[in-house]
Design a protein around this ligand. Structure first.
Ligand SMILES: Nc1ncnc2c1ncn2[C@@H]1O[C@H](COP(=O)(O)OP(=O)(O)OP(=O)(O)O)[C@@H](O)[C@H]1O
Length: 341
């Protein structure tokens, strides 16, 4: 379990200070995959580096596995770091060591005996699917293979937390998918808590259980991934979600649609049960109006269906109002303004 309690981090002194993390309170539960998304400079890296004290908080508390870590001794910190594995966007491998040598490195630091190191390295190579690459050097590997080595090395000391710093940002979409599957397997089979940061909503959608959105050092939204996708509150979260759901009309098409005098455009968001029911046709038929689906998408998210459709209703104003009112009792309905939100 990782808990941030009113944590802030300020870099620099005098008038040249940067408030990288501002008053963040957040709990990552044991065994979950928690994702933090945000634009560049939002404070994500700084926040996760506080978990293993690569950075120290300026104020507030960071609690990891029941330890308030800023007050622990050097010896305890060394022990704690073995419980926390970390992987990076740029892999951070030793180019002068073989794949096996890289994976063995953290075990050598803990003075594990050679036989045990060999056993563990073999086991990890198998787990990440690199048995045939044991004696290769990082530069002989593809990006995806290098990240697998990074993952195996991070798992060497059998941590219970894995921190991923933009672990797939340097990889192509297919390799990204493979690495995300591997992270999911690690979470399931070893029950390792995963805390990841990314600027790609796709990563969050694919593997996370819960998520937070950071902006200007602050957490502006957090919750279950399905809930945030179906009802994002902030503009930033909405724009991150649109980037993967492809549910936004282009400004040109939107302007054209709004040229029609009687056009009444709504975004209807279907979640859970509502996504498998012919709701639109049932309600519009009852009020005898027509509708046309202009744009939208149906997605699978955490084993549930989730749809976001832009719909135009045709009919008497009062009837359209009734339809919108009735639909709003079951699903989320928002009028699509000229700027598309
Ligand atoms: N060691 C440092 N010294 C001074 N400023 C820093 C330091 N590390 C980060 N910052 C500043 O803190 C802010 C947050 O940076 P951080 O790297 O945590 O953001 P991020 O969301 O991870 O972005 P990116 O994805 O670009 O790394 C930025 O303004 C950055 O310039």
């Amino acid at each position: 379990m990782i808990k941030f309690e009113e944590v802030s981090k300020v870099f620099g002194t005098g008038d040249k200070t940067v408030q990288a993390v501002q008053n963040v309170s957040l709990t990552v539960n044991k065994g979950e995959i928690f994702g933090i998304v945000g634009f560049s400079g939002a404070g994500k890296s700084t926040l996760i580096r506080l978990v293993n004290l690569l950075e120290r908080p300026s104020s507030g508390k960071v609690i990891v596995n029941d330890f308030e870590i800023s007050s622990i001794s050097k010896d305890e910190l060394r022990k704690l770091r073995r419980r926390i594995g970390m992987i990076f966007q740029s892999f951070n491998l030793f180019n002068s060591r073989t794949v096996s040598g890289n994976i063995a490195y953290p075990l050598k630091l803990t003075r594990t005996n050679k036989q045990e190191i060999d056993r563990r390295v073999k086991e990890l190579l198998q787990f990440v699917g690199l048995e045939d690459k044991a004696d290769k050097y990082p530069e002989q590997l593809s990006g995806g293979q290098r990240q697998r080595v990074g993952i195996a090395r991070a798992l060497a000391t059998s941590p219970d937390i894995l921190i991923c710093d933009e672990a797939t940002s340097a990889l192509d979409p297919e390799t990204t998918g493979e690495i995300l599957n591997l992270l999911k397997k690690i979470n399931k089979e070893y029950n390792i808590t995963i805390l990841l940061i990314t600027h790609e909503m796709h990563v969050i959608r694919t593997i996370c259980d819960r998520m937070a959105v950071m902006e200007n050092g602050e957490v502006i939204e957090e919750g279950n991934v399905y809930d945030i996708f179906s009802n994002p509150q902030s503009k930033t979260t909405q724009s991150f979600i649109s980037s993967v759901l492809n549910d936004k009309l282009s400004p040109r098409l939107l302007a054209k649609l709004h040229e029609k005098p009687a056009a009444r455009l709504y975004r209807v968001v279907f979640t859970g049960e509502a996504s498998s029911e012919p709701l639109l046709s049932r309600v519009t038929r009852k009020h005898q109006i027509d509708f046309n689906i202009i744009y939208g998408s149906i997605n699978e998210l955490q084993d549930q269906l989730f749809g976001s459709l832009v719909v135009e209703f045709y009919g008497e104003k009062s009837e359209v109002d009734n339809v919108v009112k009735e639909l709003s009792e079951i699903v989320e309905v928002r009028e699509v303004a000229h700027h598309g939100s």
